[in-house]
Unconditional design. Structure first.
Length: 264
């Protein structure tokens, strides 16, 4: 069977509200699939929109649970009461001191409505009741690029800004990953210490074993000057916080330079 809307049949949206979830509900879920105009039987005429019924009708609640839906504890309790499903007895739950928690109610609901479902199907429906599905923001640019690449040229031009912004964000994310990877390699090299093949470590240990002096007076003087210069820089330069760095994704770190009014 094919459902269709004739041109001019519906001039504005029509809102329908359902207040009953039990067996007395007047609405049913109808499984359908969209039929392109080229696949519609010629005898049906030129229809702007057509959908084909693919299976028997089903309860709105049952179909929603089967396809996966998130519900609150109060909503689950309302459905259990509407379908007259036995609730877990007090003290028999999986919570602390046998308290009945959402997991116990979800198992009771799915077990009461889907007797013939397999273990995997029940696990999927229970997991959907427990966890709300979220869209990961980091996946949005990649998804937008894929969707716009499927459009025709005439349609894709209307999403030029969005596509460019998504490509720029992907490039920035890639650069951030490269910077993090480089920092990780540098940290690993510092932990490992000098390369034994260079011979510097062997030479140093040989000199220490034969009583070679660790540093001359000139080296100590240079070290004091470097320390003094470093303290001066730390006094006049303050490392920017992470909140400030977030505005410059291509920069790993930066400093605020404090310059006194009389300095030249």
């Amino acid at each position: 069977d094919i459902l269709s809307f004739e041109p001019g049949q519906l001039t504005q949206p029509k809102w329908i509200f359902n207040y009953v979830v039990g067996k007395d509900c007047q609405f049913e879920w109808v499984p359908t699939e969209v039929v392109p105009p080229c696949c519609v039987h010629p005898g049906a005429g030129r229809l702007p929109l057509a959908v084909r019924i693919t299976g028997p009708t089903e309860s709105v609640v049952v179909s929603s649970l089967r396809t996966g839906i998130f519900l609150t504890v109060k909503q689950i309790q309302s459905i259990i009461g509407a379908f007259k499903i036995p609730e877990p007895a007090p003290g028999s739950g999986s919570g602390k001191n046998g308290r009945v928690v959402k997991m116990d109610l979800s198992r009771a609901l799915i077990g009461g409505l889907f007797h013939a479902a397999s273990g995997d199907e029940k696990a999927f429906m229970i997991a959907s009741l427990m966890v709300r599905k979220k869209v990961r923001l980091e996946d949005a640019p990649d998804l937008l690029v894929k969707l716009t690449s499927m459009l025709d040229t005439s349609e894709a031009q209307h999403f030029g800004r969005e596509r460019k912004a998504a490509l720029d964000e992907l490039a920035v994310n890639k650069m951030k990953a490269n910077i993090a990877r480089t920092k990780g390699k540098e940290a690993e090299e510092e932990e490992e210490g000098p390369n034994p093949s260079s011979g510097s470590g062997i030479k140093r240990s040989h000199e220490e074993a034969h009583g070679a002096p660790m540093a001359s007076s000139s080296k100590a003087k240079k070290g004091d000057e470097a320390e003094e210069r470093s303290m001066k820089l730390r006094k006049n330069n303050v490392r920017a916080p992470k909140q400030f760095i977030s505005f410059f994704p291509l920069v790993s770190q930066t400093y605020f330079k404090w310059q006194p009014q009389l300095s030249r």
